[in-house]
Structure formats: structure tokens, C-alpha cells
Design a protein around this ligand. Structure first.
Ligand code: PNS
Length: 165
């Protein structure tokens, strides 16, 4: 059975992430979308909230080979535990490619069987990032073209609460 892993901070899950998940699910028998921590980032949403947003975003797709989970640890440990054949990551730009190549190299040092599949993102989604969603959302801008419709209200609520504090 071909198992792939789509890891990320997903703070929050975007339309770009959803597109990668949908396409990656066609390349394997089971795709695990795993919410993780990135030590270089301070997420707005908790691990549980991010996991919930992904479940809501993918619920209507009927893709029963996608499983959503959270993982607080090294990616290669989850990769080994799930017996993955590859990690899937979306790339939007040259700088994404460099970051992914470095991460793949580091992960291969930790786990020689590690491999990665890099999917170029759809051009109409190439400017979307969780960082842009947070920047626009923080100032009350329209994020409806950036995040899946199923989670717009929850994401907007988080910004509203954040501004009140
Ligand atoms: O969405 P992001 O922030 O680009 O995802 C990065 C992520 C979460 C996949 C990466 O930081 C990660 O793998 N975190 C888990 C800890 C780990 O294994 N770090 C080593 C990566 S070389």
C-alpha cells in the first residue's frame, strides 16, 4: 500500500493547501495530512484548531483516502511510523523549492529512506500563503478567495477575537 504524508503548519489551511491535498490523494492509496509545529513559527491557531480547520475544509470532498491528524514531533518519526513512501509538499516559487530541497536533505540525513514529491501549485493559487491570509484577515480584509469556504467564518472569528484582546 502506498502511503504518503502531507505535513505542514497549516496556520490556517488555505485553498492552495487543499488543492495539493486533493492532487496528492490521487497519487497514493492513503494520504495523511499532518498538522505539525515549525520551530521558526508562532502559530495563531492551536494544533487542535488547525486540525479541525483541515477536517472541515476537506469534509465535502468525499476523498476517503485522506486522513487528517496532528503530530508534535519530528516529521521523520511520523514518516517511519506510518511507513510512508514519500512526503508531499506544494511549491509556489524558487524560494519554496530551495526551502524544500534543504528540508528534504536534512530529513534524509535523519532517515535514509526519506523521499519527497514536490507538486507545483496551481498558478491561480500561487500567491496565497497562510501568512498572507493572516495579514489580510488581521486588518479585516476579504479572505474568501484564499481559504476554503467551509472555514471562512471560523478563521474570521479568530481575527475578530484577536483584535479585541
Ligand atoms: O508549513 P511549513 O511551516 O512550511 O511546514 C514545515 C514543517 C512543519 C513540515 C516542518 O517544520 C517540520 O517538519 N516540522 C516538524 C519537526 C521536524 O521534523 N523538523 C525538521 C525538518 S528538517
Amino acid at each position: 500500500m502506498k502511503v504518503m504524508l502531507f505535513p505542514g503548519t497549516f496556520d490556517p489551511f488555505t485553498r492552495g493547501h487543499r488543492d495539493i491535498a486533493r492532487r496528492a490523494a490521487k497519487l497514493c492509496d492513503v494520504l495523511y495530512v499532518a498538522v505539525m509545529e515549525n520551530s521558526a513559527k508562532t502559530p495563531l491557531f492551536t494544533l487542535d484548531e488547525r486540525e479541525d480547520l483541515i477536517r472541515k475544509s476537506l469534509a465535502g470532498d468525499g476523498l476517503d483516502n485522506i486522513k487528517v491528524m496532528k503530530w508534535d514531533g519530528l516529521m521523520v518519526d511520523l514518516y517511519t511510523k506510518l511507513d510512508c513512501c514519500a512526503v508531499v509538499r506544494g511549491i509556489r516559487s524558487e524560494s519554496d523549492f530551495r526551502y524544500e530541497a534543504e528540508m528534504a536533505l536534512a530529513n534524509r540525513l535523519l532517515h535514509p529512506g526519506y523521499d519527497a514529491v514536490l507538486l507545483p501549485c496551481r498558478d491561480d493559487l500561487s500567491l496565497i500563503s497562510s501568512t498572507i491570509v493572516k495579514e489580510v484577515g488581521f486588518y479585516g480584509g476579504d479572505i474568501s478567495k484564499m481559504v476554503p469556504a467551509e472555514i471562512i467564518d471560523v478563521v474570521k472569528d479568530k481575527f475578530k477575537k484577536g483584535r479585541k484582546q
